[in-house]
Structure formats: C-alpha cells, structure tokens
Design a protein around this ligand. Structure first.
Ligand SMILES: NC(=O)c1ccc[n+]([C@@H]2O[C@H](COP(=O)([O-])OP(=O)(O)OC[C@H]3O[C@@H](n4cnc5c(N)ncnc54)[C@H](OP(=O)(O)O)[C@@H]3O)[C@@H](O)[C@H]2O)c1
Length: 281
C-alpha cells in the first residue's frame, strides 16, 4: 500500500511508520515542517502531486493544558487540519484514518466508554478532537476515527512514556490515584491503525490495550514491579492537587464494541505491552 503518515515526528507516527515499512508499505512520512495539515492549499497541492492508498493522520496539537490558552492553534490542527486531510483523501479515493481521544468523554461513567456513549468533552483539546471527528465524517463518509487514550511508547514525551526514566534516576514522581484510563502501547495502536486502513470499514473505533485499565499510580506501580524500582519513589497525589489548567475526565476507559467482530485479533493486555516497552528501552 502507498501510505501517507502525517505528524511524523510524533510518538504514534514513528511507530506507525516503522510498522508500515516492516510490512512492505511504501510510506511517505511527513513532519509538521514538511506538511502542516492545517494549511489547506499545501495539503491539496501534495495530494495533486502524490497519490496514496491510505492516509493515517497522526498529526495533532497534543498539549492538553496548553490548549486552554491556545484554542485557535489547537482547533487549527485537530479540527480544520483533520478536515483538510479528509477532503484531500476523498479527492484521490484513499482510505482515511485519523486518531481521536478518550478525552471526548466527560468521565461521568466509571465503567468503559463504548461507541454507544455520547461524547461530552470537558476541555479545549477534547472539544477540538471531537470537532475533528465530526468534520472528518462530514467531509468524507469513508473516514475511520480511532479513539485511543493513555498512549505510551518509545519517542513519547508524556508522563506514561518517561516515568521509567525518572524512576531509574531515583527521582520521586507524583502518581495520580484518582484518574483512570486504558493504557495503550503505541506499537499495538500503530499496527491496528494500519489494519483498519486495510479493512476500510468507516466507523468510530476504540483502540486500547485490553484489561481492566488502571490509574496513573497503578501504572507507576506496575513500572516499579517490572523494573524492580522502589515504590517509595511514588508520591500519591489526587488529580485536583496538581492544579493543571485543563479539566480532564476522571475516568476515560475505552472498550470497542466491534473490533473483534470485524475479525481483528485482540491486542495484548496493557501489562504485557508495558513489559515489552520497558524491555525495548
Ligand atoms: N499521547 C496520548 O496519550 C494520546 C491519547 C489519546 C489520543 N492521542 C492522539 O494520538 C495521536 C498521536 O499522538 P502522539 O501522542 O503521537 O502525539 P505527539 O507525540 O505529540 O505527536 C503529534 C505530532 O503532530 C505534529 N503536529 C502538530 N500540529 C501539526 C500540524 N498542524 N501539522 C502537522 N503536524 C502537526 C507535532 O509536531 P510538533 O512536535 O512539531 O508540534 C507532533 O510531531 C494524536 O491525534 C493525539 O491527539 C494521544
């Protein structure tokens, strides 16, 4: 397949590029500097010059707290940028996969969110991603929306991806006990993104590693267990005590109603994914 991967410097994009190349795809991987998805005419020009069988959009404004004071930048990438890619994909008849987030939900459901649940984002980031979902599907009915959450992996700069390095340096970390999600290994997500592009069945999918999910503190305790770090380094915290600018759902565990019904094999559970990640560091 000829595949375009956007936001190529990002954590998920790098995993997707690696996976697609491994399976023999002809991959065009473009960083923000090479293709700003919010620049409509640049997107259109690219798609006039090059044809793709599938577009996997990994580009996004991902600074959840920064989004609260940079609403315009956030929507430019996450809503209008996604729409630009959807329209351009339609023009060349390519499959279009774009990633959304568990933060489209408000956290009032302590169980698992499925596609039957109505989004109600609490912050600007979540709102921009939901707007991106809507714009993608309105622009191109063939769009495949993949909601994921709590992603960790090599090249990641978020808390879940770097906490093992902090702990290895003997640094104390604050681990939130009262926020729950379903961790997702970027490598597993990347494979599923490509599978969904090949399957080409437009819908909203929830893609996370299976299991009961956990809290940030639970994730940190598992890191300590797997790496033999001292759990005394973990300082218990509540989400509120961190006083972060953006509101976040207190629980945003995701489950998919139909991935397995469509013949997609279950991903490994998050604990195995974490072990694999830590072993590869
Ligand atoms: N990480 C998570 O836990 C998580 C959870 C749920 C959903 N997601 C979603 O998963 C996807 C991948 O996230 P990630 O964790 O891989 O994020 P990431 O590491 O922050 O990568 C995002 C990439 O997109 C690029 N980008 C930003 N604006 C762009 C634009 N206008 N045009 C082109 N590229 C642009 C960024 O470039 P710069 O670095 O130059 O800004 C960055 O390289 C995103 O859609 C994100 O919303 C992530």
């Amino acid at each position: 397949m000829k595949v375009l991967i956007t936001g190529a410097n990002g954590m998920v994009a790098r995993a997707a590029v690696r996976y697609c190349r491994e399976i023999g795809d002809e991959v065009t991987a473009l960083t923000r500097q090479e293709l700003d998805i919010s620049d409509k005419s640049d997107v259109q020009d690219l798609f006039k010059r090059k044809k793709f069988d599938a577009v996997i959009n990994c580009a996004a404004y991902t600074d959840v707290d920064g989004a609260e004071s940079n609403q315009e930048d956030c929507f430019r990438a996450n809503a209008y940028g996604v729409e630009n890619l959807a329209r351009a994909s339609k023009a060349i008849d390519a499959a279009f996969v774009t990633i959304s987030t568990d933060y489209v939900f408000d956290g009032s459901n302590a169980g698992f969110y499925t596609q039957r649940d109505t989004p109600n984002p609490q912050g600007v980031y979540g709102a921009s991603k939901l707007e991106g979902e809507i714009r993608a599907r309105n622009a191109y009915a063939r769009s495949i929306i993949v909601r994921s959450g709590w992603i960790f992996g090599a090249d990641g700069t978020n808390f879940l991806s770097v906490m093992h390095k902090l702990l290895a340096d003997g640094k104390k970390i604050k681990a939130i006990e009262d926020a729950y999600g379903t961790p997702t290994y970027a490598v597993d997500l990347a494979k599923r993104l490509r599978e969904l592009a090949g399957l080409d069945l437009p819908s909203v999918y929830h893609v996370t590693n299976p299991g009961e999910g956990t809290s940030y503190a639970g994730f940190a305790r598992k890191v300590c267990e797997l790496k033999g770090f001292d759990t005394e380094l973990l300082e218990s915290a509540s989400a509120d005590s961190l006083k972060r600018p953006a509101p976040r759902p207190s629980s945003s565990k995701l489950a998919c109603l139909f991935s397995e019904k469509f013949g997609l094999s279950p991903l490994q559970n998050w604990e195995s994914g974490l072990e694999q990640f830590l072993n590869e560091q």
